[in-house]
Every structure is written in structure tokens, then in C-alpha cells.
Design a protein around this ligand. Structure first.
Ligand code: NAP
Length: 245
């Protein structure tokens, strides 16, 4: 095995939530490494812009729309994607607030998008990868799954659950050539207009700053490529050292 490469030519990557933020940056980085990329999201206009950008750069790209808060939609998206070698379970939402005032509907919303959807999508794609004898699944978690953050109980619980699923899938699919890992970002500049919020969260990290989406995408590329051939079942903290302190 050539581990000194991150050449993904000939491989197909499905990135959920690739119409913005970390997912969009990951789609760009995976495409630059040679993968054909399936962009997933809900916003068709932003998706079209990402597809056009990747195609202009010489990559093969397509779009599948679907609302992952629906179990049947999540399943349809995974089936429609067809053969997938790299799955990035990135789509997610975070709702923050004091527990006493927290709307249980928001717990359900995060549960369905952050946990149930990656479970359903992976339940279609991982067995198919196993049948072909290869694949890499990268789940996008969060430092909120590992440390206590003010107002983040429900969101953090969803990301801790995703890391737990990662470990179980790593065991379940290891014998079939499929690796499963999590990248757990710290604060990442993704929402336009919220730079100040990320700056203050970034100030709590060892590196004293938030990340650009590309910095998380590079970790995702590493986990997708043969360069990470001996990694499975793990969580890489791409968080400026926040969970180290
Ligand atoms: N930004 C951070 O500081 C940070 C830190 C740690 C972890 N994360 C995690 O990183 C991942 C990406 O976050 P981001 O900050 O890049 O977010 P973002 O810019 O808001 O993008 C979220 C993406 O997920 C898609 N999405 C959200 N809910 C969906 C649903 N129900 N069905 C289908 N697609 C859905 C969105 O699609 P449309 O817009 O097309 O609907 C969009 O493409 C999330 O899992 C998040 O929890 C983010």
C-alpha cells in the first residue's frame, strides 16, 4: 500500500452538507485530490455554485438534494448516491441554550440531523463499501462532544453519540477494508457575520484563534486518503488544542 499519497483519483466522495462551511471546503479539497464529489445539501442555488466551481477546476461533481431531518430522505440520498468510496457525514446543526428553557423539539431536531441521519446514510453506504472491500467514512463531530460547554448539553450529546457510532462502526467494518473515524473541530469560521463569536471561542483554545474551514477539510482529506491507513475508530481533535486543556 502506498501511504505516501493523498491521490483520490478514481474514487467517489459523498459529502453531506457540502453547500457551505466545512462541507463545502471538504468538497473542494477532496476534488483537488482527484475524487469525483457528490455535493449534498438542501439549498439548490448554493449547491449549483459549488458544483460549478469544482467543475471549472476540472473535477467531476454532482448534487443530491435532501433534508436529512427526515429518515426516508436520508435513506433516499444514500441510495441515490450509488457507489461511494469516501463518505463525509458532515451535515449537522447546533442549537444552544440553557437546559431549563430548551425546547424538546430542538433536541429532536438535532437528534435527527446529527445522529439519526449519519446512522441511516452509513447503514446504506457502509455495507456497500464492505462488499467492495474498501472505503473511508469520516464523521464530523465537535469538541462539544468531549468537553462541557455552556448551553451545549443537547448539541454536545449528539456529537458524543456520533463518536460512539464511529467506534462501533470501526469494529463492525474493519474486516472488510472500511475505516471509520471522526474529526472533532473546535470553533470554525463558517457563519458569515459571526466572526466575533468564533473569535471569542477561538480565544479559549491553545492556539488562541478559530479555524478556517480549510483547516478542518485538510484533516478530512487525511482521513479519506491512504496516508491515514492505520487509523480507525478514532477521533481527531482539530480544535486548536481546546480539549487538551
Ligand atoms: N462551525 C463550527 O464552529 C463547528 C464546530 C464543530 C463542529 N461543527 C460541525 O461541522 C458540521 C458542519 O458545520 P458548519 O459550521 O460547516 O455548518 P454550516 O455552514 O451551517 O453548513 C451546514 C451544512 O449542513 C447542511 N444541513 C444542515 N442541516 C441539514 C438538514 N437537515 N438536511 C440536509 N442538510 C443539512 C446545510 O445544507 P443547506 O444549507 O443546503 O440546507 C449545510 O450544507 C456540522 O456537523 C457541525 O456540527 C461545526
Amino acid at each position: 500500500m502506498n501511504t505516501e499519497t493523498n491521490d483520490l483519483s478514481g474514487l467517489v466522495a459523498l459529502v453531506t452538507g457540502a453547500t457551505s462551511g466545512i462541507g463545502r471546503a471538504s468538497a473542494r479539497v477532496l476534488a483537488r485530490a482527484g475524487a469525483d464529489v457528490i455535493i449534498h445539501g438542501r439549498d439548490a442555488a448554493r449547491a449549483a455554485a459549488v458544483v460549478a466551481e469544482l467543475e471549472a477546476a476540472g473535477a467531476k461533481a454532482s448534487f443530491i438534494a435532501g433534508d436529512l431531518s427526515s429518515a426516508s430522505e436520508a435513506r433516499r440520498v444514500a441510495i441515490e448516491a450509488g457507489v461511494v468510496d469516501i463518505l463525509v457525514n458532515n451535515a449537522g446543526q447546533s442549537i444552544w441554550g440553557p437546559t431549563g428553557d430548551f425546547d424538546p423539539a430542538d433536541v429532536d431536531a438535532m437528534y435527527s440531523t446529527n445522529i439519526r441521519a449519519p446512522f441511516i446514510v452509513s447503514s446504506v453506504i457502509a455495507p456497500a463499501m464492505a462488499e467492495r472491500g474498501r472505503g473511508s467514512i469520516i464523521n464530523v463531530g465537535s469538541m462539544a462532544g468531549a468537553i462541557g460547554l455552556q448551553n451545549g448539553a443537547a448539541y454536545g450529546a449528539t456529537k458524543a453519540a456520533l463518536a460512539a457510532m464511529t467506534r462501533s462502526w470501526a469494529v463492525e467494518y474493519a474486516d472488510f477494508g472500511v475505516r471509520v473515524n471522526t474529526v472533532a473541530p473546535g470553533p470554525v469560521y463558517t457563519k458569515p457575520g459571526s466572526r466575533g463569536l468564533y473569535d471569542s471561542l477561538g480565544g479559549t483554545t491553545i492556539l488562541k484563534r478559530a479555524a478556517e474551514p480549510d483547516e478542518i477539510a485538510q484533516t478530512i482529506l487525511f482521513l479519506a486518503s491512504p496516508a491515514s491507513s492505520y487509523l480507525t475508530g478514532t477521533t481527531i481533535a482539530a480544535d486548536g488544542g481546546r480539549t487538551a486543556i
